[in-house]
Design a protein around this ligand. Sequence first.
Ligand code: SF4
Length: 220
Amino acid sequence: MVHSGAGLSLRIARILAPVTVLGPGRRVALWVQGCEIGCAGCASVDTWDPAGGFALPADEVAERLAEQIRDGELDGLTITGGEPTSQPHALAELVSQVRERLDPTPVEVLVFTGRTYQAAARAAPGLVAQADCIVAGPFRRDLPAAGRLLASSNQTVTYRSPAVRAYYEAWQAAEGAQLEVAVDQGSVFLVGLPARGDLDNFANGLERRGLNLAGVSWRP
Ligand code: SF4
């Protein structure tokens, strides 16, 4: 099969799978690189630099994601960052290519953006149009988390595909981990939406056991 959009480049920070704390089911999660929003207290400061991470052709990333979903029998794709709406064309192409590669199996897509829903729809209409669910709004460390999807209560959830609402609501109502640990290429990642102080508590706990972290993503 010939795939279009081969020229689009995407800057990514990492891909991890399976992830169970960023949306329902077992998912593959893509962290894009580059964010100019700069929320105080962001847990992913390492994804801010637009020149950091890796630049890869969007179709190569799509192939890798499709393969992970197929081989791992995963339930969905989560796109987070960094700021996904800052790479609108490459990500719109990526989502359509992942779906094309896995057709006729449907792929459910969740996007986290630090912009409001309206601003995200203006900045990245093609990406927003293809997402089933969008969690939108900047992280505010002065506000409490709300449920399993909102790191701060100002953020919003929009179900663009009404079919997924019940599925997401059941997952949010269920008891479950908020954070999980993943290891990839010599780095340890704490995945999920940490509550205030969780990250420093994690680092301090490791330090007490004699493990000093060389660098952490939530501090510059
Ligand atoms: S929380 Fe998200 S939107 Fe805010 S600075 Fe961090 S990566 Fe950017």
